[in-house]
Design a protein around this ligand. Sequence first.
Ligand code: GDP
Ligand code: GDP
Length: 460
Amino acid sequence: MTPVIALVGRPNVGKSTLFNRLTRTRDALVADFPGLTRDRKYGQANLAGREFIVVDTGGINGDEEGIDAKMADQSLLAIEEADAVLFLVDARAGLTVADQAIAQHLRKQEKKVFLVANKTDGLDGDVAVAEFYALALGDIYQIAASQGRGTNILIEEALAHVEVANPEEEEEFSDADPFLDGELLPEEEEEQRDEDYASLPIKLAMIGCPNVGKSTLVNRILGEERVVVYDMPGTTRDSIYIPMERDGRNYMLIDTAGVRRRKNINEAVEKFSIVKALQAIDDANVVLMVFDARVGVTAQDLTLLGFAINSGRSIVIAVNKWDGLDTDVKDRIKSELDRRLGFIDFARIHFISALHGTGVGNLFESITEAFDSSTKRVSTSMLTRIVRMAVDDHQPPMHAGRRVKLRYAHAGGYNPPLIVVHGNQVSKLSDSYRRYLINYFRRSLKIMGTPIKVEFRDGE
Ligand code: GDP
Ligand code: GDP
């Protein structure tokens, strides 16, 4: 499971600054579901090849009352989902009453807490942080988030802690999975890779907002009411992994909706866990994104899709509750989808009714197609031929009086497919030409349902 690190602290200590530095994402995922009033931000991050999720819990003072206390509780719920908590304090402002109140909350949480003194730039760190030892949270990490000083060591230690704390979590489904972020193997091992692909189940994550019909769809697919009564150990943030077979292929269904059934339905906050969705995306080969036809595409959906694309996952879209709609309503929904999902034109869209079972079977054709596309083997000679054809059809533009030259291409990895194109002055290629090439590869190789990454290398 992708580790989750939560940032906690009173307003203005530098949480957003640290969040931005760690995630470098332009569009953080902001939780704005009904019942979730506080701005929590979720982002994907990577340190030395290790993926993790960062949650900025929003500011809390620790002494909130009334409605403020409710909101603070929700921030604290985000802490529950985290593997480690970074508690930020401001080394310039010194120790405050609010810091003490938050520390008291955190001590009750039984979570690993790293006390982080931020803004130590230009200060004598050891002197500045001395007073924070009064919080009795152990070692103090000195950082300057705005400059990135001390942040790598901090994250390394937090991740090391998570690894030690959850050694068994890794292996069950995600360890040694050649599907994910596949790297190119030496030629002689490629056949073995194909065999591995054929024998392992396709991990399929069912993602979507509350009430779009995920559980109904899971039940429909399994043909029984098993999911509802499935008794799983673990916390609310865990998804259910359900092995299944269909048309001779094996799948591992990752059900992000199931566990909450056992919990109190009135707990609005627990109905949907972004962390759970993000972890399911990270762990999946194919993401099945479910929409409610009557609600349409929400901002959350778009951001979740953005995360899936960013993670290189294959994607299939299911527009559910397609039953009982008038033709003009259907037309309106379809044109809205066209407009809003233009950025993900590689994903197939299915119109289904989980309730009646209409269209559910066809989903699996697109799911296997997407998976097979993402693991497809392509030879250097074929890729090079495609590059030459693309250039013949449409020359790269001139730059400073010289034409950009594209010479050859080879596969650089799988899942998603990575194609490396070699040439001269390739850094001068415009975005629109890059897009043209990607689409050319997509059409020529018949790659559907998965993003394609193209990397350009100069002078070889
Ligand atoms: P948040 O409310 O906890 O999310 O805090 P912000 O990230 O918005 O930061 C609050 C202020 O502190 C901003 O003006 C930042 O530029 C500043 N800040 C953040 N990190 C540092 C740092 O490492 N050094 C200094 N000197 N200022 C910082
Ligand atoms: P989840 O929160 O995404 O797991 O959604 P559920 O599976 O619990 O479904 C939410 C509601 O939508 C329930 O009342 C379902 O009966 C209803 N629902 C699910 N699928 C369909 C469908 O295809 N058509 C219609 N009309 N209702 C559906």
